[in-house]
Design a protein around this ligand. Sequence first.
Ligand code: FAD
Length: 532
Amino acid sequence: DRRWIYVPYDRFTDRTGPLTEQPASATGIVIVESTAKAHRRPYHKKKLVLLISNMRHFALEQAARGCKVIYQFSEESHARALLELQRSLPLPELSMMQPAERELRLDIEAAILDGLKIKLAPDTTWLSTIEDFLSVFGPYKSGRSYVMDRFYRTQRQKTGILMDKGKPRGGKFSFDAENRKPYKGLPLIPQPPVFAPDEVTNEVITLVEQTYPHHFGLISNFNSPVTQQDADLAWAFALEHLLPHFGPYEDAMRDDELQLFHSRLSGLINLGRLLPSQMTADVEAACAEGLIPLASAEGFIRQILGWREFMRHLHQQTDGYRLLAGTVAQEAGSKPSRDVYAGATPSALSASLPLPAAYWGVKSGLHCLDTVVAQVIEEGWSHHITRLMVLSNLATLGGFSPRQLTDWFWFAYVDAYDWVVETNVLGMATYADGGLTATKPYVSGAAYINKMSNFCGHCQYDPKRSTGEGSCPFTALYWTFLERNESVLGNNFRLQMPYTTLRKKSPIELVQLRARAQKAIDELQQLPHLEY
Ligand code: FAD
């Protein structure tokens, strides 16, 4: 009379949900290691190693705890493999937490129609429910826009995190305005712990090299937690050494300190190894003890309790932005597709140029872009501001396809799953959704990158010049982006200052800016593509 639980590829936890509801001796778990999904996109090799090695270690950990474990290898989809197991063994009805990814949800729903017996339980790894989201915004209606901050405030009220008698600690909900310092070398960045591959991980590395040889990214130097113990260690390190300085340098970028004070834990959180409830409680406790300043604690909690939860609800409410078709302009050349996995193609700013080969590692000569892409090829990760203000900023300014950029992020980053990558790229980063997720596009010229990073000091292009030979193309791209999109963005109240400046520019300067921007776009488009 064991209870049999299906543990999907992104919920490796026995600290919440169905696994906690009966003793180990009465628990059976099923895990499916499938190649079907891994072949769907050229996922970064390190992402596959992280996921598969955590999966195998989780199975071992649960067996050691006394659970019975069925570990199934399959070339079919996860749910199809479950259905076959259920028929052949036979296995009784399974339980699982509500899938986080849309792709898995569709897979499970299709198998249920074919006879899979599985009961869906609430996913208790989240900090909020859909009712929480709907109580703030109501049901999805076309043409509406969402503001994360509203959701975040109600979540703070509801959970009581960093709240005193109904009031936000420190007198305000957000300390964002204080968290915008460039990093000049102090305080020193602490050395993170090393997680050398063990025997299981080495086996997975060999498997990934053999099965997915043409996938993106480098597999050497794998150095990430794959056990619960190591995931906890990584969190303890971040809490003690990184978070005290998280806030002020949250937006800084460096070519010699690629991680700065970011926790680099998104991959483990999205696999269920680290629980947001534990993380927010630990940060709040450390803040109360004076170990983490309030601005840093609030900044970090806003990411987890605010952005992460908000994005996941938004994805579900808009069916991964598919519901926008018909109300928001779609990318040129995209056709309605019958493939249920085909991604949404909103393109409110009519961007549709192919994503340049520079994103696959062909050098562009732009030091910021080349540095961040090299990091992504090596690590499958870069921090938030490099994603937003280098990779996405350039793609948005250049008019590159938001869908291609999304798919690139999806396979290139270890933490990317549909619910978080589509919302962040189509929504927050590129404004492809026409302002549903963010009230204005996150774009900037060279001045911002120069202020917040040390990239420009090591670049052949001059951030102080916007036209002519040797000038940084970001600035010309920025002004011509605003000019090109004036019919959509010209009345945006948050863009009134730059539009006023643009309208004062002389016809000669505008001609020069257009020429500089076009040259940069042409050069990026002409970079030779690598064979993958
Ligand atoms: P920290 O800076 O230490 O932040 C703490 C945690 O907050 C993160 O681990 C993450 O779980 C959460 N968080 C912060 N911002 C967001 C956000 N905007 N959305 C959701 N969670 C957030 N995050 C992903 O997890 N997967 C993605 O595929 C992803 N794609 C992104 C693409 C773009 C273009 C942008 C701009 C952001 C993307 N993000 C994504 C959000 C964010 O950049 C990463 O979560 C963060 O950089 C991960 O590094 P970290 O763990 O050091 O985060």
